[in-house]
Design a protein around this ligand. Sequence first.
Ligand SMILES: Nc1ncnc2c1ncn2[C@@H]1O[C@H](COP(=O)(O)OP(=O)(O)OP(=O)(O)O)[C@@H](O)[C@H]1O
Ligand SMILES: [Mg+2]
Length: 139
Amino acid sequence: MIDTDLKLEIVLPKVPDIELVAIQGLEKMGSYFGISEDKIGEARVLVTEAIINGLEHSGGDNPYVKVEVTMTKDKLIILVTDNGKGFDPESVPIPEIEKKLSSANKRGWGLKLMKSMSDDLLIESKPTGTKISIIKNLS
Ligand SMILES: Nc1ncnc2c1ncn2[C@@H]1O[C@H](COP(=O)(O)OP(=O)(O)OP(=O)(O)O)[C@@H](O)[C@H]1O
Ligand SMILES: [Mg+2]
């Protein structure tokens, strides 16, 4: 096994299930490093939610996301960049299950889920796009 890090870099268009392309790469890298099923399962959720947000909320006619996954046996870094309209992460309400049960909009869990499954998460957003950086310890 190599001692350095492995990097996957891919640009994805908005077509149904396209996130599976990145997930497959993530899984191959995870098996190479012998990462546990638990950790890879969480990493799969992180990559999926970040890609779907970038493609779904970006607002353009033909959105793309750039996905960069860097892995060592101890650490995973996921960067997802879109060229959408951006948003203010501070103004996103924190979802609460009690309120969601009686609300018509059941969605809005992605960011909370990503925060809970990662060790560090940073969102940089401006009117020309958003970059989400996620760090997850694998050991
Ligand atoms: N990349 C992005 N570009 C623009 N807005 C975003 C982006 N990511 C998130 N948002 C905004 O933040 C909100 C919350 O995102 P979050 O992933 O938590 O929920 P959701 O995508 O609406 O629903 P869910 O993830 O539960 O299907 C989104 O509704 C959207 O308004
Ligand atoms: Mg989402």
